[in-house]
Unconditional design. Structure first.
Length: 298
């Protein structure tokens, strides 16, 4: 098997079917990829939709697994164990792969000039109910909607990372460096893996044509959700670095610096009469810093 596509899902039956249909319609040989559906103990129609999809598409290598331990990392690790492909790709249940997704992933991972790259990520384009980007969003806080766009050229990831809804690895990564960390929240477990790779000087490649549309529910754009998410980002970083006091201190200084930079950027937005953008860049940076000090579950 060439590529395993892992779809971890939890109570997202509204979108899961569309996600699977996009994988079914890939411009790629069905014999060369498999779809691993990992149900993280959903209480909706996830199992019904998954099994119906498998039954209706006997030509596909699609399998369903139930992971009763709640947490995205548990589901992702189950996906790794059940995968047989040399490349393991992760797509969210509300992520919709472009028709050439697997073909592009196969091309770049088969290319000798990219053989030193063990991890990959591509463009992630948020899709909104209203069809328009929220007026508070700016390039400085695109991470809260998982937007990834480093341009239209293949380049290594340096300071940034692939988004969890569109990331792929050579399977050897997990054999050499371990799986996802179940102690971390959704916003931290993928970064945990990428950090381990960077520490070991493993290269990560951005490929713009490996592209996924990512649906953003209306509730994920509400102020209270952005506050909660920002806290989780800060908390996840603190948990990720808890064994290294020096790095904890550096991260704290980084967050304080970013908050001060956000204040300057907010003033610029205000001068240009972008009041909402000014408010939200401060909101996100402030609550990320607050989350850094929270130890109980958010």
């Amino acid at each position: 098997m060439r590529i395993s596509v892992v779809v971890c899902t939890f109570n997202r039956d509204l979108y899961l079917g569309h996600c699977l249909e996009n994988l079914k319609n890939q411009d790629f040989n069905a014999e060369d990829f498999e779809i691993i559906i990992v149900d993280n103990n959903s209480s909706d129609k996830t199992q019904e939709i998954s099994l119906a999809f498998i039954e209706q598409n006997p030509n596909l290598n699609a399998r369903y697994y139930l992971e009763t331990k709640i947490g995205l990392s548990h589901a992702r690790n189950t996906g790794i164990i059940k995968s047989t492909g040399k490349i393991i790709s992760f797509i969210d249940d509300d992520g919709f792969a472009k028709k050439n997704y697997l073909n592009e992933l196969n091309t770049v991972t088969s290319d000798e000039k990219f053989k030193e790259f063990l991890a990959f990520g591509g463009k992630v384009t948020p899709v909104y109910n209203e069809g328009m980007e929220p007026n508070w969003l700016s390039i400085y806080i695109e991470g809260v909607v998982s937007k990834v766009d480093l341009g239209n050229k293949i380049v290594p990831f340096y300071k940034k990372y692939p988004a969890g809804c569109n990331m792929a690895f050579r399977k050897v990564v997990f054999e050499l460096y371990g799986d996802f960390n179940p102690d971390l929240h959704t916003r931290g477990d993928d970064k945990f893996v990428f950090d381990k790779l960077k520490k070991n000087k493993v290269n990560i490649l951005y490929v713009p044509t490996i592209e996924v549309d990512h649906f953003i529910d209306n509730y994920r754009l509400e102020k209270k959700f952005i506050v909660k998410l920002s806290k989780i980002i800060g908390q996840s970083e603190a948990i990720r670095l808890k064994e290294n006091n020096f790095k904890l201190g550096i991260k704290l200084l980084e967050y304080i610096l970013k908050l001060n930079i956000a204040i300057v950027l907010a003033l610029v937005f205000l001068l240009n009469k972008h009041i909402t953008k000014a408010n939200y860049i401060l909101l996100v940076r402030y609550y990320i810093l607050i989350g850094f000090f929270i130890r109980k579950k958010i």
